[in-house]
Design a protein around this ligand. Structure first.
Ligand code: AMP
Ligand code: MN
Ligand code: MN
Ligand code: MN
Length: 280
């Protein structure tokens, strides 16, 4: 069976490895098919594809788009997108501008709490200054000794009800799915087990997503327990959604799964790659 990892991050968003380093790490780990899915940015795809060609890895152009749905943040992964698609490029650029505004608000919240200089500190942790996210604040707060690790920092700061939280409106589910689809990609709900949705809201999300043209959900991902993987495998089969597998790798030592180091998809679901040329 091929080792396929369809969710990963580089320094273009909030990962620790450059696109080239990420691909080399994937190849060394035996990953045969890799998607780079940076948050709201596709600027790493060209470099990653070159490295993948050199390292004999089949590369999939990807992205992970931040969405607001019923007041919650959801992540929609796009696989097989066209990085030159004008509407996608424009949409992602707007999201990144929103991220910078949110980062100022996060820094203002931390200021009130007596933590100063966090905007500049977080900026220093970005790979290219184009995209800023909570992970860059998290690394700054750990460096400054406010928490021992990234997990703890997210528990104590940067989330609802804690210092350093700033609410934010991302793009709509329909915009995200449309950009992915119109650029030739397949839309995937990332880590569905992570959202705080009751049974009914989850069902409504899955149906709305399908009506919009969404085709897949992540079944295997770092944030799912084995029970959640089985649950979403069943949802996938019941609703005719394809199933995806990804590590959500951000960097050595920071991620639960290393690249390609996750369990295989449960046997009862149809892989999102079932009709990709050269696979299966
Ligand atoms: P943002 O898109 O800027 O709001 O940041 C979301 C990112 O923060 C996720 O993709 C993860 O990389 C990271 N993150 C969020 N929650 C946690 C958590 N509880 N523990 C570790 N990392 C987290
Ligand atoms: Mn991230
Ligand atoms: Mn995510
Ligand atoms: Mn991710």
């Amino acid at each position: 069976m091929l080792n396929i990892d369809l969710h990963s991050h580089s320094t273009v968003s909030d990962g620790l490895l450059t696109p080239t380093q990420l691909v080399e790490h994937a190849a060394a780990r035996g990953v045969e098919v890799l998607a780079l899915t940076d948050h709201d940015d596709i600027g790493g795809l060209e470099e990653a594809r070159k490295a993948a060609d050199k390292n004999n890895v089949l590369f999939i152009d990807g992205v992970e788009i931040s969405v607001s749905w019923r007041g919650q943040t959801l992540h929609i992964v796009g696989l097989g997108i066209d990085p030159a698609h004008p509407q996608l490029i424009e949409g992602l650029s707007t999201i990144r501008q929103g991220r910078t505004a949110r980062a100022r608000n996060i820094a203002a919240q931390l200021d009130k709490f007596g933590i100063h200089g966090s905007f500049e500190g977080a900026c220093r942790n970005t790979g290219n200054g184009r995209l800023i996210g909570r992970m860059h604040f998290a690394r700054f707060l750990v460096e400054q000794g406010y928490a021992k690790d990234i997990r703890t920092v997210f528990r104590k700061y940067l989330v609802k009800g804690k210092p350093g939280y700033a609410p934010h409106q991302w793009v709509s589910l329909s915009d995200a799915v449309n950009w992915i689809r119109s650029s030739g990609g397949r839309a995937v709900i990332a880590h569905p087990g992570r959202y705080k949705l009751g049974k009914n809201a989850l069902e409504e999300l899955l149906l709305e997503f399908q009506i919009l043209g969404g085709e897949a959900i992540e079944v295997i991902t770092a944030s799912h327990t084995p029970e959640q993987s089985l649950l979403f495998a069943n949802h996938s089969r019941r609703l005719g959604l394809l199933a995806s597998r990804g590590s959500d790798f951000h960097g050595p030592g920071e991620s639960y799964f290393d690249l390609g180091g996750m369990p295989p998809l449960p046997a009862n679901c149809a892989p999102v790659w079932h009709d990709w040329p050269g696979l299966m």
